[in-house]
Design a binder for this molecule. Structure first.
Ligand code: SF4
Length: 337
């Protein structure tokens, strides 16, 4: 347990946590919504250092990042806990727990970075659950990746506060942000957070020079209307029409057992994105030649072939070999800021 960053002491020993959008006001003896941060006699402590226990070497495409070192491997890390409680969570066994307890052999920031170096991973990725709630470790990992010139990335629901992002984002190179929909009322009901908030964080990341890819898990009846998909695509195009958009098919999980998303709906989303001017749109959780490969936005040459996690790179250094167009993204660590 460590003293929490970004805490704001208030009267009667209450403390506000300013790490994520919830800005929990926490009374002595209580924890925040994420269950990771606890007020002990007027001081907020974080269990982040005791809850990180999961590491895995994944294809970078699994995060998904399609414009960050395509074909490389990401040293992935995660802890137990989350600040959302989505009914359809694919990782609910680690993200959701009424009574989080410390794990037996927690992994430190030093060990995460050392692990990535030992296996020669192209990047480090905070993923599976919401990394923001483990802010102290997230910050430390970022600082160390900076020291070793390794790419640091987050897979996040975009609920971090602007001040927390300004602090840890100095060491962040790439983020895949989960934009769950466009309907504030509906999404607030299901996730506790307005998508318009997440959109503001995507804009801030872009302003900070962080490479951003957006993922939307398309769920029938929740966010698959033409209007919703158009709103999301318009938003991304307004921020940067070259920002990749991953439209992923939902499959029943956890407490949400509605039928899975059809391939036709995913193809509809891709067409909507194209009409709104997006240049890089990808299908997730279904295989389609149209939606899995990367093509040059100018001459349409195939630049990356993806069959599952079999990746064939047909360009060098992010440049189209046919027309010379520079493909946005991170293609070698020399481009780290
Ligand atoms: S990080 Fe946890 S305690 Fe802090 S505001 Fe978010 S949910 Fe609340």
């Amino acid at each position: 347990m460590i003293k929490a960053m970004l805490q704001e002491p208030l009267g009667e020993k209450k403390v506000r946590c300013n790490v994520c959008v919830h800005r929990c006001l926490i009374s002595p003896g209580k924890r925040g919504i994420c269950q990771v941060r606890e007020n002990q006699d007027g001081v907020l402590y974080s269990y982040a250092d005791e809850l990180i226990s999961i590491t895995s070497l994944d294809p970078v495409e699994k995060k998904p990042f399609y414009h960050v070192l395509p074909g490389s491997e990401a040293f992935s890390w995660a802890g137990y806990g989350c600040n959302m409680h989505c009914d359809w969570c694919q990782n609910h066994s680690i993200s959701q727990s009424n009574q989080l307890k410390s794990v037996n052999s927690p992994i430190s920031a030093d060990e995460i970075v050392a692990g990535a170096m030992v296996v020669g991973a192209g990047l480090i990725s905070a993923t599976y659950t919401e990394p923001t709630v483990f802010f102290e470790v997230l910050f430390d990992v970022g600082q160390r990746t900076h020291d070793f010139n390794i790419i640091n990335s987050w897979v996040t629901n975009g609920t971090i506060t602007p001040e927390a992002l300004q602090l840890a984002g100095k060491y962040l190179h790439a983020a895949n942000v989960d934009l769950k929909g466009a309907n504030d009322v509906l999404l607030k009901k299901h996730t506790g957070v307005n998508p318009s908030y997440v959109m503001s964080i995507i804009r801030l990341m872009k302003e900070m020079g962080i490479w951003v890819e957006v993922t939307t898990l398309v769920i029938p009846g929740l966010n698959d209307s033409t209007e919703d998909l158009e709103t999301i695509a318009e938003f991304i195009a307004d921020v940067d029409f070259q920002m990749p958009w991953h439209v992923s098919a939902y499959h029943p999980a956890f407490r949400h057992q509605a039928p899975p998303t059809s391939g036709a709906t995913i193809l509809k989303a891709i067409e909507i994105g194209q009409k709104k001017g997006l240049k890089y749109i990808y299908a997730g959780n279904i295989r389609t030649e149209k939606g899995n490969n990367t093509y040059c936005a100018s001459c349409k040459t195939q630049l990356v072939s993806r069959r599952g996690y079999n990746i064939e790179l047909k360009m060098d250094g992010g440049v189209c070999p046919t027309c010379g167009l520079s493909i946005p993204g991170i293609y070698n660590s020399q481009r780290l800021k």
